[in-house]
Write a protein that binds this ligand. Structure first.
Ligand code: IPE
Ligand code: IPE
Ligand code: MG
Length: 253
């Protein structure tokens, strides 16, 4: 890197780049990236980790506050067991290779998802990474791992239902804030922008509740090819969006 983002912000004729406070990324297309090169799908996942490392650096440089990446969905258990265990090992390898750098870069890591199906050593690793970075004040890197939006909402309903059953809460008092506090992402603002690579145009169960007012940008590049040029192109597109949140927007008076 080394380039000054302030210089890049002033490039072009527009008003400059708007930086999302929270960026979500559906990192898709690792398998197709590999297959197109005659490689095994798993090699695409290895390359995908490099693209993720690069994106973390970009988010630090451009002062994105939160970055949430979708790395393993609750539906990805449907893949061949060898691929599933490869992805699980990749999470372990990523922590082993990158944790110290993340700490040096003041990154706080949160890993969100269901713990069902994760073995005890992986749960310990997740707890340890979160604890070791808990006091960092820079970029918040949220890794959605074994994550599914529907399960997250079901788990939140269970939490609230238990409080009702215990007589702590009356159903009439349940509101959106309470639901949000019961989600895995409690305390994290909703994503402003969600990017999906590889040309697919769907959420695939990513941040269903939180994406209510997110902007979406879909790009054709497969995840391992995602670089600074893609990042800037997406931010330029996002900067042109008029986010109205049900109102009449900035241009209408
Ligand atoms: C995204 O790439 C990574 C994960 C879902 C773990 P894919 O593995 O889905 O790659 P494609 O979509 O099959 O090309
Ligand atoms: C979504 O990608 C999950 C992740 C990127 C981790 P998938 O490749 O699993 O999504 P579908 O099956 O094409 O919808
Ligand atoms: Mg895919």
């Amino acid at each position: 890197m080394g380039s000054d983002p302030a210089v890049k912000f002033s490039l072009g004729s527009g008003p400059g780049l708007r930086i999302p406070a929270h960026l979500g990324v559906i990192m898709d297309g690792n398998g197709r990236w590999a297959q197109a090169r005659g490689k095994r799908r798993t090699e695409g996942h290895v390359e995908g980790v490099k693209a993720l490392r690069n994106l973390v650096e970009l988010c630090i440089t451009y002062r994105v506050g939160y970055l949430t990446v979708f790395s393993f969905s609750s539906e990805n258990w449907a893949r061949p067991p060898e691929e599933v265990s490869f992805i699980f090992n990749l999470l372990r390898r990523f922590v082993a290779s990158d944790l110290q750098r993340l700490i040096r870069n003041n990154v706080r890591v949160r890993i969100v998802g269901s713990r069902n199906g994760l073995d005890a050593s992986l749960i310990r690793l997740i707890d340890d990474v979160e604890a070791q970075t808990a006091h960092n004040t820079g970029l918040v890197l949220v890794v959605a791992f074994n994550y599914g939006g529907k399960t997250e909402i079901v788990d939140a309903i269970k939490t609230l239902a238990r409080r009702v059953a215990d007589g702590e809460l009356s159903p009439e008092h349940i509101n959106a804030d309470m639901v949000e506090s019961a989600l895995y992402t409690a305390g994290i603002p909703d994503p402003d922008l969600i990017i999906r690579t590889s040309g697919e145009q769907r959420l695939s169960n990513f941040l269903l509740w939180q994406a209510a007012y997110s902007e979406f940008v879909f790009i054709p590049e497969n995840w391992p090819d995602f670089d600074e040029a893609c990042f800037l192109r997406v931010l330029e597109e996002y900067s042109l969006r008029d986010r109205r949140f049900g109102g009449i927007g900035a241009a209408a008076h």
